[in-house]
Design a protein around this ligand. Structure first.
Ligand SMILES: [Zn+2]
Length: 118
């Protein structure tokens, strides 16, 4: 695993253990730590129409409007070079049709609702 989960003030995030290059697999959301579900939950990640994955690590990855990763099927892939210690993020509005628990983005203040609401 190239990442770790860090919890601060009841707020979890996922961070890089080592430098990674653009195109690298940052997280693989596969069994036994993950499972496929049909209905989105608070912590699931949508991987295609009607398919959502519940993953221990994936669930802790925070949103960013200018992320360093993206969801590609069961994988979280680096969109740019990532340095050791950097937080791993992806754009929830790109992966989720509907975000199950909408929130205000920390970087821009916009409500993050999912791509169907864009
Ligand atoms: Zn934002």
């Amino acid at each position: 695993m190239s990442v770790y989960i860090k919890e601060e003030n009841n707020f979890k995030g996922v961070f890089a253990i080592k430098d990674m290059a653009k195109g690298d697999i940052v997280v693989g959301m596969t069994r036994p730590t993950s499972k496929l579900v049909r209905t989105p939950t608070r912590t699931s990640i949508q991987i295609s129409e009607g398919h959502h994955v519940e993953d221990e690590v994936g669930a802790c990855i925070n949103h960013a409007c200018e992320p360093n990763c993206e969801v590609r099927s069961f994988l979280i892939i680096a969109l740019k070079d990532i340095e050791e210690g950097e937080e791993i993020t992806f754009d929830y509005n790109k992966s989720e049709d509907v975000v199950s628990s909408p929130f205000e983005c920390k970087c821009c203040g916009k409500m993050i609702l999912g791509r169907k609401h864009e």
